[in-house]
Design a protein around this ligand. Structure first.
Ligand code: FUL
Length: 492
């Protein structure tokens, strides 16, 4: 798709957001009765779909599960891979019941062992005793995901400590061939995860040496990314530099307090040493739209280690992660590693269900739906961008201000006071991230009080406030780089 064509598709997608939009002819008139013009950078359709997923699982599984390591050297005997009870349907059932929308598996981790029978290495399940060498973990998971209504994604480690040619051009040919197998043999893939860890020592076909690569040049990423575009146009590409989704910069489950979706892709590359410190926080006005994903494990390690069975994160810890990832406009990729049996341990599964219940309980009843909404300003004369669009429970409709009006507020009022401690805000993100400052206020004892304030909203912002009882609540947009939108104000 040409840039121009892509831009037109985006604009149409953004316009499609407006319920009961004006006639097609009227759309071209820059009137306040038509939707605000998108502000670049704007999300692609695949990024919009990705935003809506919010929460999905990571499966770290492979030889490390059996050697009790985090990083395999690459010389592991395939005979150790023999999960007696592997059941990908259990993984998918647990994920679905946990409220996750998809699963991403380490099809190949740094040790180079492929969980599917790749034709481009001997170091795979085909050389293991599991299912007499005829098994395919990736295939079983892809099927299970389809059965349980989950999206399916793959992690293919660029660093391969087993491959004899790693560090030389021949490896890249095999790497891309492996990717081609994964992206053409297993149905739709929603996300391809390119890990940033690279180089160093390894088995490398018996050489047992240290190989350093230049992250900037060795992988020639655009060629690999184009392969994904060709084979799986709906998939988002993750790496610490995007191009579609970027790493949040830590593995603790915490997005930046202000989460900006912009990144200058041409100024960085996967594996950039400046990444976590300088680049991960993003910028609202950078050239490219690359929102962050928070990856974190439910346990201390990424792989299952029996001695960590007592260290599964508590519901309180998981809730903190929820608020500091999804609550700050990022997506949450929560790692739930299967054990040596090939099952997600019962304790981890039980914790996931408690976590889901706690989230559901917190957001069970949206008090905003019963409120009357008014606004200090509104876009146009009709009801299309009325403040009631923010509390109608429909994220596709939104309140907006007129062109050039970058501040304004929406007030919710109730006949009888309501008690709440959480506010959910969403921008109409297809039109670009616009809000740069907000404040939540409530009338308490006859006077307006500020409950919270911040900068970014983005796809979603969950604001926790001190338990408050009031019959009037106001969300003020105090700064925006173009007329702001609010698709959702939720009150819980
Ligand atoms: C890192 C890897 O080195 C870890 O082993 C893990 O896979 C994590 C998700 O990404 O960079």
């Amino acid at each position: 798709m040409t840039h121009l064509k892509a831009a037109r598709v985006l604009v149409l997608a953004a316009l499609g957001l407006a319920l009961a939009g004006p006639s097609p002819g009227a759309r071209h008139a820059a009137s306040d009765d038509s939707p605000p013009a998108p502000v670049a950078p704007v999300p692609s359709e695949r990024q919009l779909r990705w935003h809506a997923l919010e929460y999905y699982g990571f499966l770290h599984f492979g030889p490390n599960t059996f050697t009790n390591k985090e990083w395999g050297y690459g010389d592991e005997d395939p005979a150790i891979f023999n999960p007696a009870a592997l059941d990908a349907r259990q993984w998918a059932r647990v994920a679905r019941d946990a409220g996750m929308k998809g699963l991403i598996i380490t099809a190949k981790h740094h040790d180079g062992f492929c969980l599917w029978p790749s034709r481009f290495t001997k170091h795979s399940v085909a050389a293991s005793p599991w299912r007499a060498g005829r098994g395919d973990v990736v295939g079983e998971l892809a099927r299970a995901c389809r059965e349980f209504g989950l999206e399916f994604g793959v992690y293919l480690s660029p660093w391969d400590r087993n491959h004899a040619e790693y560090g030389r051009p021949a490896y890249l040919t095999d790497y891309r061939s492996q990717l081609r197998e994964l992206l053409s043999g297993y149905g739709p893939v929603f996300e391809v995860w390119f890990d940033g860890a690279n180089g160093g020592d390894g088995y490398y076909g018996g050489a047992r040496e240290t190989r350093r690569i230049d992250n900037r040049t060795y992988y020639d990423w655009p060629v690999t990314w184009n392969l994904v575009r060709e084979l799986q146009p709906g998939a988002v590409l993750f790496s610490d530099a995007g191009p579609d989704v970027r790493w949040v910069g830590n593995e603790k489950g915490i997005a930046f307090e202000s989460t900006w979706y912009g990144l200058d892709r041409s100024a960085t590359y996967p594996g950039d040493p400046r990444y976590a410190k300088e680049i991960a926080r993003g910028r609202i006005d950078a050239a490219d739209y690359v929102p962050p994903e928070v990856d974190v494990s439910i346990r201390p390690g990424w792989f299952h280690h029996p001695e960590q069975d007592g260290k599964v994160k508590s519901v309180e810890e998981l809730l903190e992660i929820y608020y500091s990832s999804i609550g700050r406009g990022a997506n949450l990729l929560l790692n739930i590693p299967p054990d040596r049996r090939g099952l997600i341990p019962e304790g981890d599964a039980a914790r996931l269900m408690e976590f889901r219940k706690a989230v559901e309980a917190a957001f069970a009843n949206d008090l905003a739906r019963q409120a009357t909404a008014t606004a200090s300003v509104q876009r146009g004369r009709g009801s299309q961008f009325a403040p009631s669009r923010a509390n109608d429970g429909d994220p596709a409709t939104y309140w907006a201000t007129g062109d050039g009006v970058t501040t304004g507020s929406v007030e919710l009022s109730w006949e009888a006071p309501v008690a709440f401690e959480r506010i959910v805000l969403q921008e109409a993100i297809a039109l670009g991230q616009r809000v740069q400052g907000w404040r939540v206020e409530a009338e308490v004892g006859g006077a307006w009080q500020t409950l919270a304030e911040g900068e970014s909203i983005g796809y979603k912002r969950i604001v926790r406030v001190a338990p408050t009882t009031s019959h009037r609540l106001r969300v003020a947009i105090t700064a925006a780089r173009a007329c702001p939108t609010l698709a959702t104000i939720g009150v819980y």
